[in-house]
Design a binder for this molecule. Structure first.
Ligand code: DGT
Ligand code: ZN
Length: 585
């Protein structure tokens, strides 16, 4: 019999994941580690109670669970412990598993941190990182890794641990393909992406999909049979969880069309937004769930659309990107929201590369693709001379490139092709071309690509100096953040914003999904400080213009309207802005 305190599938999965982590830190063989990992994923996705299966002696019914693992589940269910795990944990500190999951650490460096610096968990890592010895005295940890670890720790609340995540650039296309294919089924009324992907979050733990249908089992079957899907983790009448070949879990939730709005609203989140919404509902004597809204007298109302859900709570519908529990519910109760920027508002591209530096397409090919993408203007911004590894251009090559741009421009009637550069910001804030040359470009993006591990003071003055340069129109990917690889540089943002505002220089929202830099919070703060923003696709190929949408998601999450984004304006306005700044200098 199940009791209230029965071990949950999540607890079993966590125990198995921990077992795998500790085995890895202990240097165990890979196949043993993987057996626990597979079992953990299987258990987490199971709809039935694994504990009850184990009590019935049927845990081995589950794929990936053999006799040895079934015995361990039985132990956990009966005694709340797994002897092998306790034995292992007596040797390897449990908290070290979370340390190993921090970007740039991994099992080998986690072991070194433990053996050389007595780090046993996130909190002792934090203490060590802030101590005088720091992290660089530990084998394999240089100043840059140390800095990255420190800033990742700064992003973790006390007690919080990091988990594996997939870039939106990889996850969203798969989710889109799935909703397109499921949405095309004859018995599916609606199929939508929900969760963090719908909110434009840069990374995802999973893809959440909501489908309206009266035939849920057939939809689940179609998902299970889909070519992107590697295996089914669980399947029921309202929910089907699968894992795709790239390792991204997909959680499909199913509802009748009448309550699709309730499901979509719930599954879009964020969790914090939902909690806030439920508090509001409680204050009105109602309760909200994915199945409907229950009034004080117990009657349940369902809603086909999200508009209905929010309206029932006296709110205007909230753009998904804003559902982060900042001030969106108060705003939805008041005047509502302006029309946020969309991809269609973007008139021109201010950041793109060609084969002259590290792009994959010629200027003519990029121009043709830009025209097809609906751009009115396109600035070619190849790298500058000191960026050898990215094929940076010398001043002589720039002159040659201008000839080619003039040639292609002459044959382009609908697209205005312009001469730009992504000039490197050198380590002291000087630029990689002379002031004279810089003044001759139509548009100048200035970016940092090297020496990203400078002190916050140096990095701030370096960026601020570039932002004050009269020939610089925009600072590219200002913080240097790359998801899963590099945290944002520690910059004094108030100082950078002041320099950009005073210099009449914009800050870029770089749309590359690996960057999405500035992020939403910083972009909002920049706009509030009176700084103009651009959305740069940073296209390195003809398909790269499509990345604009990720930049648009950031801008929407920042609550920005087209007026606040420079490349939503006609080119002549941008040219006039540049000319005025150069004249004043
Ligand atoms: P992720 O998966 O980390 O990229 O982020 P989400 O937001 O997609 O989170 P996920 O997949 O765990 O959950 C999907 C949605 O389900 C979430 O956006 C809102 C809803 N949800 C999850 N946990 C809670 C919760 O504790 N309370 C409420 N009210 N809703 C939740
Ligand atoms: Zn999710």
């Amino acid at each position: 019999m199940a009791t209230a305190e029965e071990v949950t599938n999540g607890e079993v999965a966590r125990a198995f994941h921990l077992m795998a982590d500790l085995l890895e830190l202990d240097g165990a063989l890979r196949h043993r580690i993987m057996a626990y990992r597979r079992a953990a994923v299987r258990v987490a996705g199971e709809e039935r109670s694994v504990a009850q299966l184990a009590r019935a002696g049927r845990a081995t019914d589950l794929a990936d669970i053999g006799d040895a693992l079934a015995a361990k589940i039985g132990e956990l269910v009966e005694t709340r412990e797994i002897a092998a795990l306790e034995k292992l944990a007596a040797r390897v500190p449990r908290g070290l598993a979370a340390v190993a999951r921090i970007g740039g650490i991994g099992p080998a460096r986690a072991r070194a941190l433990w053996q050389e610096a007595d780090v046993t968990d996130i909190e002792s890592l934090r203490v060590r990182a802030e101590s005088e010895e720091g992290l660089t005295a530990v084998s394999g940890i240089g100043p840059r890794t140390a800095e990255s670890i420190r800033s990742q720790l700064a992003g973790l609340a006390a007690g919080q641990e990091p988990e594996p995540r997939v870039s939106i650039g990889r996850a969203l296309p798969i989710a889109e393909r799935l909703v397109a294919d499921l949405g095309a089924l004859p018995f599916v009324e609606r199929a939508e992406i929900a969760g963090g992907l719908r909110r434009g979050a840069p990374t995802a733990k999973d893809a959440d999909l909501a489908v309206a249908t009266s035939r849920p089992r057939e939809v689940a079957q179609a998902l299970a049979d889909h070519p992107t899907v590697a295996r089914v983790l669980s399947r029921g009448a309202q929910r089907c969880v699968v894992e795709t070949h790239i390792g991204l879990p997909v959680e499909l939730r199913l509802s009748p069309p009448a309550s699709f709005g309730n499901l979509l609203q719930h599954l879009t989140g964020s969790a914090a937004h939902n909690t806030r919404l439920r508090e509001r509902a409680a204050g009105m004597g109602m309760s909200v769930s994915e199945h409907g809204i229950t009034a004080a007298d117990g009657t349940v109302t369902t809603h086909e659309d999200e508009e209905g859900v929010y309206a029932a709570l006296g709110l205007r519908v909230i753009p998904p990107e804003l559902r982060r529990d900042t001030d969106e519910i108060a705003r939805a109760a008041g005047g509502g929201f302006p029309e946020l920027v969309s991809v269609a508002d973007i008139r021109g591209e201010l950041h793109a590369h060609s084969t002259w530096s590290d792009g994959e397409a010629s200027i003519a090919e990029m121009a043709a693709a830009g025209r097809t993408a609906g751009l009115a203007y396109l600035v070619i911004t190849d790298h500058s001379q000191s960026l050898g590894f990215a094929g940076g251009l010398t001043p002589e090559q720039v002159a040659d490139q201008w000839s080619e741009i003039a040639e292609v421009a002459a044959s382009e009637r609908r697209l205005r092709l312009l001469r730009g550069t992504e000039v490197d910001i050198l380590s002291d804030g000087r630029l990689d071309f002379s002031d004279e040359l810089l003044a001759e470009f139509d548009w100048v993006v200035a970016s940092v690509h090297s020496r990203l591990n400078q002190s916050p003071e140096r990095m701030t003055s370096r960026l601020a100096r570039a932002a004050r340069h009269p020939a610089v129109d925009v600072i590219g990917h200002p913080t240097g953040r790359m998801h899963g690889r590099r945290e944002e540089a520690e910059i004094d943002f108030d100082e950078l914003f002041a320099a950009a505002r005073d210099g009449g220089t914009a800050l870029e929202i770089n749309a590359s999904p690996m960057r999405m830099d500035l992020g939403a919070g910083r972009a909002r703060a920049a706009a509030d400080a009176g700084v103009a923003l651009t959305i740069g696709s940073d296209a390195h190929s003809t398909s790269g213009f499509a990345l604009r949408r990720y930049g648009v998601m950031v801008a929407r999450a920042a609550g920005l309207i087209p007026d606040q984004i420079l490349n939503c304006r006609p080119w002549d306005e941008l040219a006039a802005r540049r000319a005025a700044r150069l004249d004043a200098a």
